[in-house]
Design a protein around this ligand. Sequence first.
Ligand SMILES: Cc1cc2nc3c(=O)[nH]c(=O)nc-3n(C[C@H](O)[C@H](O)[C@H](O)COP(=O)(O)O)c2cc1C
Length: 242
Amino acid sequence: MESDRLMDSDKSMSNDRLMGSDKLVDSDRLMSNDKMMASDKPTENDTLIKSEHPYKVAEVIRSRRTIRQFKAEPVSQELVLELLNVANWAPNHGRREPWRYIQYKGEARAQFAEAVIGSFTAEEKIKYAEHRLKYYMEIPIHLIIVMKEDPRQKQWDEDFGAVCCWIQTFQLAAWERGLGVVWKTNTYIYAPAFREAVGVEAGEKIVGVLHVGYPEIIPGAQPRTAAENRLIVHDSSMQEVE
Ligand SMILES: Cc1cc2nc3c(=O)[nH]c(=O)nc-3n(C[C@H](O)[C@H](O)[C@H](O)COP(=O)(O)O)c2cc1C
């Protein structure tokens, strides 16, 4: 696509870099203004969302936990749609929006369970099928997050990054609204039987399955390594002072 070519153009970016960082910022801004569509402009709804949920982003990020035990309480489809539409604001290069999602709720959760169980060996079915069916029927929502696989390496990498951003954006938006999520990458997501059962096609990758519901148990924080321990700073102005 012409727009992809323009926005992906490494050539124009490197020209800008040679001409200095101010130019780079300017040309980026101009490019995005040129491409701005009506749907990108702030709307009254944006203001409404901000005033109703006055959390700081950092608070939502730091308080979020992966949730593995959920209440049976249903999640409204209106809320699911709201969260999907928030997550769609995740950064994605070239406006490819390389994601789609498949949702299972209500009695259809049995279809999801059957798809997973269908990928099991005979032995696994005997051991785990009953428990899995029960587990999946208890969680309100299952979402399969699917990425369109671009045959070009650079675009594939960018698109995978974008879908991971989409998932984290969804997790944070859900947390802000009191919902918990676990992002699963169990081996069944790679199984041809599962892919076929849920309608994932050749040229598509399942990036994760999200189980969504109101948390029954919120686990404690898993500590993170302080950034200071992972950071190398190059600062020419400091070296000059020293
Ligand atoms: C790419 C990715 C794959 C994950 N896959 C699984 C999974 O298959 N099963 C699971 O229980 N949790 C999975 N998780 C959740 C992580 O285990 C979880 O984020 C981690 O334990 C830290 O906990 P926190 O999210 O509460 O901070 C995954 C997370 C990511 C980012």
